[in-house]
Design a protein around this ligand. Sequence first.
Ligand code: FMN
Length: 297
Amino acid sequence: MKIGDINIDIPIFLAPMAGVTDYPFRVLCKEQGASVVYSEFVSAHGIIRENAKTWHMIEFTDFERPIGIQIFGDSPEVMSRAARMVVDKFSPDILDINYGCPVPKVTKRGAGSAALRDLCLMDNITAAVVESVPEVPVTVKMRAGWDANSIVVPEVGPRLEKIGVKALALHPRTTKQSYAGDADWTLIKALKESTSLPIIGNGDVKSPDGVMRMMEETGCDAVMVGRSALGNPWFFRDVTALYKGETILPEPSIVDKVSYCRRHFDHMVFNGASPYRKALVSAPDREAMVAILDSIS
Ligand SMILES: Cc1cc2nc3c(=O)[nH]c(=O)nc-3n(C[C@H](O)[C@H](O)[C@H](O)COP(=O)(O)O)c2cc1C
C-alpha cells in the first residue's frame, strides 16, 4: 500500500497510544516489524505555545521512519499552525489528525472525537491542516461516530478524500462506547467501499490471525494494532511472519524478554540522562528509583 509517496510493504502499523507509544516503545516495535509507528496524540495548543514537554513528545529518530505524528485540537487556526510547526521542526513522514479520542477532558473542548458531532468543523480543521503542510501526507484516525444514532461512516470517507487526506484509520466504536462492546468491523468494510483512500482498520485485533481476518473480512489496506502490542512488541514479529507465509518463531525466552526490558529502560533514560542514571544506580530502594523516574517526566 501507499500513503502519499510512502511505499509500505508490510501493512501492519503500531496504533498511537498516549503514555505508551513514546520513543522507547516505538523503537522496540519497529525492530520487531511494525512498518509505520505513531506518536501519542499531541496537543496543538501545546505545540503552538512551544511547551517544552509537548515538543519533547514529538521527538523521534530516523530509525522510526516512516512515522506519523498525531495532533489534536479544536480549531482550524490552531491545528494548521501546529501542523506547520511540527513539519518545520521535525519533518515527520505523516501528519495524523486525531478525531477519535473519547476522553471528556478532550471532547469538552471540541477536540478529538468531538469533531464527529460536527462534520463541518471536521472538514474545516482537515482542510486547514492539509493546506498548511502540502508536502506531507495528512491522515486521519477516527471513531465511527459520537453514538449509535450518529454513525458518520461511511459518509466521511468521500468528504475527507475530497479535502486531500491520504489515508483513513478507523477504530469502529463510538465515542459513547469508549471501549465497551466489540469493534464493528463491518464499518471498516463500509468505509473501504465508500472511498478510494487507503483504509487502515483498527480495533480488537487480538492475535496475528486476527490481523489476517480483519484484512480478509473488511478489505482494509493495513491493520493498526494497539493493546495487543502492550508489553508485547513481538506481536509485530509474529504478524509479519504470518503475512509473509513464514513460520512464526517460538515465544521469546524470559532472558530475551528481560533483555528487552533493559533496552526499553535504557531508551527511556537516554540522552542527557547521566545524572539520573547515577542517582538510579545508587538509589537505596524501589521507591527511591520511582521517585527519580517521576522527577524526569
Ligand atoms: C492506553 C491507550 C492510549 C491511547 N491513546 C491514543 C492516542 O493518543 N491517539 C489515538 O488516536 N488513539 C489512542 N488510543 C486508541 C488506540 O489507538 C486504538 O484505536 C484502540 O486501542 C483500539 O485498538 P486495539 O483494539 O488494537 O487496542 C489509545 C488506546 C489506549 C489503550
